[in-house]
Design a protein around this ligand. Structure first.
Ligand SMILES: [Zn+2]
Ligand SMILES: [Zn+2]
Ligand SMILES: [Zn+2]
Length: 453
């Protein structure tokens, strides 16, 4: 095993390891980091370079390793134990097929990130506080693999989540962010509700019993004594001559008195000012790699399953529930002659997979995003949708006889045919099964299998 040493080393290294000192372009099996000025930048460099992203990295210094740093390494160096660990990781990595050639540079980095997790049998994608990040947190490993500034990987988190590659583990924090640029560098300040001035002074409000004058303490003070500015009488005893009903804010610019100053938000980043009501919260979460994420690592390509997630925008229900509702509607039809229809949308998913290999995900997604828009336009909120499998979606249209369902069908077909795309997407099939009609004699499974023949 060849180890590349970064920084100065003190302990002796295992005899099976051949060590060389770090040089630009020098490749090793593992990397050992000794005393160095900036460990983080060394790690970011190693993880950010596709040639070394997956290599085991150990720290020779092993006391008080920051959690953030731990996210990027394989642990402190423990000779025999670490050597075994490194061998295991390297074996796993070497068993993987090459990355798909159809991936863009950033997609390759994403898949490599999943390979990193998989090769370490790591499940968690954890957020760590980082004041350099625009939302105050960062995912160190993801950020390093993508070679981004801290916080810029947040956009990818959303993408991974929508593709089903990661799933939520727990909410870590809710960060108030600027509604304009979503950065956490905002300040809350109290201003005069009358003139907007920041020159607010917290003071007591005095109330003179005799003449009924009310005003801030400052108006009553004259050298060391208290005198009412309206009737000029002296105030001697609190509770007898005067009362302090509450605490107020006095604007030193316009003299306006208020009990509740206006809270506004000022963004230090975009320098815009907002009312408190427009404040936005960003939720920082820890995630877990999903089964699909593991598949991504093993196969070396991003899944097309992203399409499924697009359809989730339709509030789909689970298959078993859908089946139950279908049977229930059918019984209702038998008893009360209440008509209903089933709309079945399907496509040749194998063809889509082929297109995906050739054209990548974005164009396919774009097309299906269009399909979703038309589905939303043509279906009612009472219509119930379900995914049978990838390539087969069902919608139940209650109180809809066949002739009405056919109108929806032809409108949908017409709308979908208008979606412009320069990839050879196989045509979507839209079928109708109704009661009264064909659905009377068929179970839902038979309808779906009929569709496949
Ligand atoms: Zn004012
Ligand atoms: Zn008075
Ligand atoms: Zn801003």
């Amino acid at each position: 095993m060849k180890a590349v040493i970064v920084g100065s080393i003190s302990p002796s290294i295992h005899q099976d390891i051949r060590t060389i000192t770090f040089k630009e372009g020098e490749q090793g099996d593992i990397y050992l980091i000794g005393e160095t000025e900036d460990i983080l930048s060394v790690l970011l460099k190693l993880r950010g370079d596709p040639k070394t992203t997956l290599n085991p990295v150990f720290l020779l210094e092993n006391e008080n390793i920051d959690e953030y740093i731990q996210d990027l390494i394989d642990g402190p160096w423990q000779d025999e134990k670490s050597l075994k660990k490194a061998e295991k990781i390297l074996t796993r990595i070497r068993s993987l097929p090459a990355l798909s050639e159809h991936l863009a540079e950033s997609e390759k980095r994403l898949v490599t990130f999943f390979r990193f997790l998989w090769s370490r049998e790591r499940e968690e994608v954890k957020a760590y506080p980082d004041s350099d990040s625009r939302v105050g947190y960062t995912y160190p490993l993801l950020r390093a693999c993508l070679k981004l500034k801290a916080g810029d990987e947040i956009d990818y988190i959303e993408q991974l989540l929508s593709q089903g590659l990661i799933r939520e583990k727990k909410l870590v924090n809710r960060i108030p962010v600027c509604p304009n640029d979503h950065t956490y560098q905002i300040i809350f300040r109290e201003t005069c509700p009358n003139c907007g001035s920041l020159k607010l002074q917290e003071t007591d409000l005095y109330y003179h019993f005799d003449c009924g004058y009310v005003g801030p303490k400052e108006e009553f003070t004259e050298e060391d004594i208290l005198r009412c500015p309206k009737c000029q009488r002296r105030l001697r005893h609190l509770g007898e001559d005067y009362e302090i009903p509450n605490n107020v804010f006095l604007c030193r610019d316009c003299q306006h008195i208020t009990e509740e100053p206006k809270i506004e938000i000022f963004c230090l980043h975009c320098k815009k000012t907002y009312g408190i009501e427009s404040l936005v919260f960003y939720e920082i979460k820890d995630y877990l790699i999903s089964a699909l994420g593991i598949e991504t690592a093993q196969e070396g390509r991003l899944p097309l399953r992203g399409i499924e997630e697009i359809f989730d925008k339709l509030n789909l229900i689970k298959w078993n529930v859908f089946k139950f509702i279908f049977d229930w509607e059918k019984n209702r039809f038998k008893r009360y002659k209440q008509p209903f229809s089933l709309l079945l949308i399907s496509w040749d998913n194998e063809k889509i997979e082929e297109i995906f290999e050739e054209y990548g995900t974005s164009k396919i997604k774009q097309y299906f995003e269009g399909v979703i828009v038309f589905l939303k336009q043509n279906l009612r909120t009472t219509d119930i949708g379900c995914r049978y499998n990838l390539g087969t979606f069902l919608f139940l249209l209650p109180n809809t006889p066949e002739e009405n369902a056919k109108i929806v069908q032809s409108r949908l077909l017409k709308d979908i045919s208008k979606i412009e795309t320069d990839i050879p997407i196989p045509p979507l099939k839209i079928e109708i099964y109704s009661c009264p009609g064909e659905a009377e004699k068929l179970t839902i499974e038979e309808i779906i299998t009929a569709e496949y023949d």
